[in-house]
Ligand binder design. Structure first.
Ligand code: PLP
Length: 550
């Protein structure tokens, strides 16, 4: 809109607010100012405390209880970002953010979001905006090639990729497809033909279906099973296996469930678990899977999947011939703004068989021709955002070589952190060998009883980050409790500084601190600083603990 009022629309138009909320010129000014502010935000990020210093409910004290009765000028709205919103922001893009896993943001990603917003439409089928569907297919095929996934996941065959909102959404989606496929195959074998009989038998079978995964699998697997209305079982994994699920455990669990009259239908495997980035033993699981073709196997590579851009990790991509579906989040470690969770399926028909419902109002000649993809049938919601634009912008800005450099940079930073930790093996130990830029450490009590650091086997042909060297901790409960208390105290004190954001976790009963610095602004000086702070706090805590002991 270029006019200042809506009078040009005719006498009928009595609205006082311009049709697009502001005039075209006002938008240019406002957008220019917002882009300036965003750029300034990113350049000043390192100097902002990573954590907010406010108490719950802070925002209600700053905003009116009642909604605005009349429209406000943009200048008033804009100024409230710094005044009201910023104080309550945890700065995930700060280089001092080393918690959970990262949520990427980059300028090309932001520009993709801007265009996506500009071209807003519901995009549920091809005709909604052909470019939206076609770009998604193209960029997901590009990504599959970049990650060296087996060809069976490319759209030229029976498989293909689709962008979901999150890894959890991907899990629920494929779990529903797995459930329906299992039931269909089972009933086909039983030869049921009468619709009522089929329905009764499906309902009966549903109550016996079990999804299962390692105890270290992300909680979204259990949640998915709840939503899919099936049971869930987890399999304990061990430090001596590097917290990886093995084929032997999978077979034992299947046999145990079947012996109880239950039907395992979905197995979740993980490439890079949340706690320690463990990689399940795909090769041995693949051997077992051959005997159970009805069980759907989904690989959750939400975070670590990004590392598959590097040739040295692509032996893992080859192992994905094992799975029915594979998912990774570009929005975690691959420079793309939230949300960009890329799900690949071996057979797209498995998804559409479970999720396709076509009422008359969604029918059109293109869908009926079968020549186009309607992504609504590959997901739970109907409408969908134009998310492939930001992926397209990112892939074109970095190129494959740029993506490799990006991941390598973070792996190098993590190597540096590990070297620093190893240089103080008197106070720190690695709980597991570092993988995919994640370091998990605990504090060593000073009495010398604790085990030594895990040694990395230099002769191991696999990449440094992928060596699953087990370490054994003391088995004495009292000793473990003491070590846990000390690690927790160090973590709490570090947290109180509000300078860095790390997360702590309990892995197999061991309290540990996770350090993962992989957002685009990560830098060596922050790695050194967080290490320095950890040393300082640990020495203080250990000194205090020594004094209490004596
Ligand atoms: N899977 C793994 C291994 C994760 O680490 C996470 C989150 O960190 C998820 C799944 C859930 O991801 P999302 O937030 O995309 O659902």
């Amino acid at each position: 809109m270029s006019s200042h009022t809506n009078q040009a629309n005719g006498a009928l138009d009595e609205r006082s607010i311009p049709t697009m909320g502001m005039t075209g010129q006002a938008f240019l000014d406002a957008a220019g100012s917002v882009v300036n502010d965003i750029e300034r935000y990113y350049t000043t990020l390192p100097s902002r405390p990573v954590f907010p210093s406010i108490s719950p409910g802070y925002l209600q004290k700053l905003l009116p209880i009642a909604p605005p009765m009349h429209g406000e000028p943009w200048a008033d709205i804009e100024s409230d970002i710094e005044r009201t919103i910023m104080p309550g922001i945890t700065h995930w893009q700060s280089p001092k953010y080393m918690a959970f896993f990262a949520a990427s943001s980059t300028y090309p990603g932001i520009l993709g979001e801007m265009w996506s917003a500009a071209l807003t439409s519901a995009n549920f089928n091809w005709i909604c905006s052909p470019a939206v569907t076609e770009l998604e297919t193209i960029v997901l095929d590009w990504l599959a090639q970049i990650l060296a996934l087996p060809d069976l996941f490319l759209s030229k065959g029976e498989g293909g990729g689709v962008i979901q909102g999150s890894a959890s959404e991907a899990v629920v989606t494929v779990m529903v497809a797995a459930r329906e496929r299992y039931i269909r195959r089972h009933l086909e074998r039983k030869g049921a033909t009468d619709p009522d009989e089929i329905e009764d038998q499906s309902c009966e079978l549903r109550g016996k279906l079990v999804a299962f995964a390692s105890a270290e699998a992300h909680s979204s697997t259990k949640k998915g099973a709840i939503i899919a209305g099936t049971r869930f079982r987890s399999i304990p994994v061990h430090r001596s296996d590097g917290y990886a699920l093995t084929g032997k455990q999978v077979r034992a669990k299947i046999e145990e469930l079947q012996a109880r009259g239950l039907h395992p239908y979905y197995l979740g495997v993980t490439l890079g678990t949340t706690n320690t980035c463990a990689i399940d033993d795909f090769e041995s699981i693949a051997e077992v899977a051959k005997d159970y073709p009805d069980i759907w196997i989904h690989c959750d590579a939400a975070y670590a999947g990004s590392a598959l851009v590097l040739p040295e990790y692509q032996y893992l991509s080859k192992q994905m011939t094992l799975v029915d579906s594979f998912n990774m989040n570009m929005h975690k470690w691959l420079l793309t703004n939230f949300d960009a969770s890329c799900l690949y399926v071996r057979k797209r028909k498995d998804l559409t068989d479970a999720l396709s419902i076509t009422p008359t109002y969604l029918k059109n000649q293109f869908t009926d021709s079968g020549l186009v993809t309607d992504y609504r049938d590959w997901q739970i919601p109907l409408g969908r955002r134009f998310r492939s634009l930001k992926i397209w912008f990112v892939l074109r800005t970095w190129g494959v070589e740029g993506l490799k450099q990006h991941i390598r940079h973070h792996l190098k930073l993590a190597d540096l952190f590990v070297e620093l930790v190893k240089s103080r093996s008197d106070i720190f130990r690695l709980l597991t060998p570092p993988k995919f830029a994640l370091t998990v450490l605990t504090i060593k009590p000073r009495d010398g009883k604790s085990p030594e650091l895990a040694e990395i086997d230099e002769g191991d042909p696999r990449p440094f980050h992928d060596q699953q060297v087990p370490i054994e901790l003391g088995t004495d409960d009292h000793e473990l409790q003491r070590a846990n208390d000390i690690t927790k105290e160090v973590y709490t004190k570090l947290d109180e500084t509000k300078e860095f954001f790390l997360t702590a976790s309990v892995v197999g009963g061991v309290y540990a601190i996770r350090v993962v610095s992989v957002n685009p602004l990560a830098e060596e000086k922050y790695i050194r600083r967080v290490f320095g702070l950890l040393v300082e706090i640990t020495e203080r805590v250990l000194k205090g603990s020594d004094e209490t002991q004596h």
